[in-house]
Design a protein around this ligand. Structure first.
Ligand SMILES: [Zn+2]
Length: 298
C-alpha cells in the first residue's frame, strides 16, 4: 500500500492514517455534554424554534495563517479558493461565508500546535477575533499528522477564546495533502463547528449521530465513496459515504442531508445566534428563553 505523507508525518498507508483517527481530531462530546445539548434542543423546540425559518446565515471568516518561516504561508488566492469550496458545500442550504480578515504569524511552535496544547491556546488567544459572530479559521502545520479539528457550538459559552476551526495548511484546495487536497477538510470541520457529529458517531446504535436521515454507520469510510458499503445492515440504508461528515477522500464528499442542515440551523439559533441576520434575532431570543448557558445544569 502506498505511504501517505501529511505535513511532517508519514503514515504506512492511508488506512493506517484513518484507523489512527487522524482525519479529524475533533473530540467527541461526553454523555453529559450530549444530554445537555439534547435538553437545550428540547427547550428551544418547546419555545417554538423554527429552523426552517432560518433563511440566511452569513458567516464572516477571520483567516489566521500560522506559518514557519514561510512554510505554510498560504496565499490570499488559496484562502479565497477555500472560501469558494465552503460556499459550494453550504450555500444551497442558506449558509454562506465571506472573508472578514487575514492575519499571518511566523511562529514555529504555534505552527506545530496540537489540539489542547498550550500553543493552540496562545495562538487562538492572540489571533482570534469576534468569536461570537464569526468563524476563526486557523491554518497551520499541525503536529501529530492531523488534518484538522473544531470546537462545537455547545463549547462556545464555556471557552470562547478556543472557538474555531484548525486545518492543516496543505489541505486547502491545491495543497499537497492528496487525497485530502480539495478543501473538504475545512468543510467537514465547519460541520462540527456548526454542531454536526460524524456519520459513524455511536456506530449502529441509536441515536447515532442524532440526525434522523443519515443511515447508521459502524466505522468511518476511507478511500473513495462506496455506495454499496453497509456496515449496519439492519438499518434502512447503505453507509452515507458521500456525506461531508464521513472520512471519505475529498473527491467523494458531496452532501449534507436535510436533517443535518436542520441540526446546524438549530445549533446556530441556540449557541451562535449572532450569526443570524437581524430579522431572526427576536426569534432566537425567544427560542433561547430559559436556557442557562453559564452553568453545567440543564
Ligand atoms: Zn470530524
Amino acid at each position: 500500500m502506498a505511504k501517505l505523507v501529511l505535513g511532517e508525518r508519514e503514515f504506512d498507508s492511508q488506512e493506517t492514517f484513518v484507523r489512527e483517527g487522524r482525519r479529524c481530531g475533533t473530540p467527541q462530546l461526553n454523555d453529559f455534554q450530549k444530554e445537555r445539548v439534547r435538553a437545550h434542543l428540547r427547550t428551544a423546540r418547546a419555545n417554538g424554534m423554527d429552523a426552517a425559518g432560518v433563511t440566511q446565515i452569513d458567516i464572516p471568516v477571520h483567516f489566521n495563517v500560522v506559518h514557519d518561516g514561510g512554510t505554510g504561508d498560504v496565499t490570499d488566492q488559496e484562502l479565497d479558493a477555500q472560501l469558494s469550496v465552503l460556499n459550494d458545500a453550504y450555500k444551497a442550504h442558506d449558509i454562506v461565508f465571506h472573508r472578514a480578515s487575514v492575519e499571518r504569524r511566523d511562529d514555529p511552535v504555534w505552527f506545530r500546535m496540537t489540539m489542547g496544547s498550550p500553543a493552540e491556546r496562545k495562538a487562538k488567544t492572540e489571533l482570534g477575533k469576534e468569536q461570537h459572530r464569526s468563524l476563526n479559521l486557523y491554518t497551520a502545520g499541525i503536529g501529530a499528522g492531523l488534518l484538522g479539528w473544531a470546537t462545537f457550538p455547545s463549547d462556545f459559552a464555556g471557552d470562547p477564546l478556543l472557538d474555531g476551526v484548525v486545518v492543516l495548511f496543505s489541505s486547502l484546495p491545491g495543497g499537497s495533502s492528496a487525497p485530502y487536497d480539495l478543501g473538504l477538510t475545512a468543510v467537514h470541520e465547519v460541520g462540527h463547528w456548526l454542531g454536526l457529529f460524524h456519520t459513524f458517531e455511536g456506530g449502529c446504535t441509536p441515536p447515532g449521530d442524532e440526525v434522523g436521515d443519515t443511515p447508521f454507520e459502524a466505522s468511518p469510510n476511507f478511500g473513495p465513496a462506496n455506495p454499496t458499503r453497509d456496515t449496519c445492515p439492519n438499518d434502512s440504508g447503505t453507509d452515507p459515504t458521500t456525506n461531508y461528515m464521513d472520512y471519505t477522500d475529498d473527491a467523494g464528499m458531496t452532501e449534507f442531508t436535510s436533517g443535518q442542515v436542520t441540526r446546524m440551523k438549530e445549533q446556530v439559533t441556540i449557541y451562535r445566534p449572532d450569526l443570524l441576520g437581524a430579522g431572526h434575532a427576536d426569534a432566537a431570543d425567544a427560542a433561547r428563553a430559559g436556557i442557562d448557558f453559564e452553568t453545567g445544569d440543564f
